[in-house]
Design a protein around this ligand. Structure first.
Ligand SMILES: Nc1ncnc2c1ncn2[C@@H]1O[C@H](COP(=O)(O)OP(=O)(O)OP(=O)(O)O)[C@@H](O)[C@H]1O
Length: 219
């Protein structure tokens, strides 16, 4: 099994305390790894630190086989109001990179339509994002991230506010997209059902350390 990213001998401090001490682990490539741990243990802070380390290359505690531009992070909280006017298609298109013209080329439009289909959003692509359900919004965030052709996708609590059907729908769809696009996924979650059903690996954070274990995903 190849690894996509390795963390070695990483200590992580916040102003009032040490969050992690001497972390050593790797994320396996083309697998879904759930990052778990109690509220406030430091899951989001660790991921943000890993991304900063890769961007600035100052500490060298994080080694990646891919460029930072191939990593997409979908954050935990977004404030999309009910009256947010942009339609889902335009919101998703914001994820496109290397847009030289002020409009999207035919190739780019085809790509966006393909991603809207992959994320089951085609039928509502012209609707305002503000009117979308929680599950549809999460799929739109995922679709926007996919527009950047990531090799590593990090989803922070993407299912936290969703009902059981919407959670399972999102995770099944994500696993299909992973296999079709050789994508590696890190998924921060507290949800035992999703960990049990969909994770290939679990990185559990506890007592200032991290333990990686292999899971037998049932889907
Ligand atoms: N910039 C900061 N300054 C001070 N404290 C911070 C900062 N960032 C995070 N923290 C603290 O670090 C701890 C870890 O926060 P973090 O959001 O990473 O936890 P988490 O495991 O992702 O939690 P949750 O599951 O609730 O989202 C928390 O106690 C938080 O208050």
């Amino acid at each position: 099994m190849k690894n996509i990213l390795t963390v070695s001998h990483l200590d992580l401090k916040i102003p009032d305390r040490l969050l992690f001490s001497d972390l050593n682990f790797s994320f396996p490539k083309n697998q879904l790894t759930c990052i778990t741990g109690e509220n406030g243990v430091g899951k989001t802070t660790l991921i943000k630190h890993i991304l900063q380390d890769l961007e600035h290359k100052h500490e060298q505690h994080v080694q990646s086989t891919i460029d930072r531009s191939k990593i997409q992070y979908v954050p935990q909280l977004r404030n999309i109001d009910d009256d947010y006017p942009l339609c889902i298609r335009d919101f998703v298109s914001f994820g496109l990179k290397k847009r030289l013209l002020p409009w999207n080329s035919k190739k780019m439009k085809t790509k966006v339509e393909h991603i809207l289909a992959e994320t089951k959003l085609t039928h509502i692509a012209s609707h305002p994002l503000g009117h979308a359900s929680g599950g549809e919004k999460q799929r739109a965030y995922l679709a926007q991230a996919l527009c950047a052709d990531p090799e590593l996708l990090i989803l922070d609590e993407a299912t936290a506010s969703l009902d059981t059907d919407s959670k399972n729908f999102l995770l099944k769809l994500l696993k299909n997209i992973m296999h079709e696009n050789n994508l590696t996924v890190l998924f921060i979650t507290h949800d035992p059902e999703l960990i049990e059903k969909y994770s290939d690996y679990e990185l559990n954070l506890h007592n200032q350390t991290a333990t990686l274990s292999k899971k037998e995903a049932v889907n």
